[in-house]
Design a protein around this ligand. Structure first.
Ligand SMILES: [Zn+2]
Length: 88
C-alpha cells in the first residue's frame, strides 16, 4: 500500500498535492485538512474580523461625534422679541 500523495481540501474541495497542505501533527495523516491558500484566506479573514471588532469596541460611547464638535453655522438672525418691561 502506498501513501497517498494527494489530499482533498475541506474548504475549496480541490484535490491537491500534500505539499499544498500545512503539516498538522494533530491530524492522523499529519496534514491539515485545509490547503495552504485556504488557510491563508481563513487567517486573513480571521484577522480582519478581529481588527474590525477591536476598532468598533475602541470607540467609546462617550466619544463626541463630529456633529457635536463642529458647531452649527448660525442661521438667519433671529429677531429677538423685545422684552416688554413693565415699568410701574
Ligand atoms: Zn483549499
Amino acid at each position: 500500500m502506498t501513501e497517498p500523495t494527494t489530499k482533498q481540501c475541506s474548504i475549496c474541495g480541490e484535490t491537491k498535492s500534500l505539499d499544498d497542505f500545512n503539516r498538522d501533527a494533530q491530524k492522523k495523516d499529519g496534514r491539515s485538512s485545509w490547503c495552504k491558500p485556504c488557510t491563508r484566506d481563513k487567517e486573513a479573514a480571521y484577522k480582519a474580523a478581529k481588527a474590525a471588532l477591536a476598532q468598533s469596541s475602541a470607540v467609546a460611547p462617550e466619544t463626541p461625534t463630529e456633529a457635536v464638535l463642529v458647531p452649527e453655522k448660525p442661521k438667519a438672525k433671529r429677531t429677538r422679541k423685545p422684552r416688554v418691561r413693565k415699568t410701574k
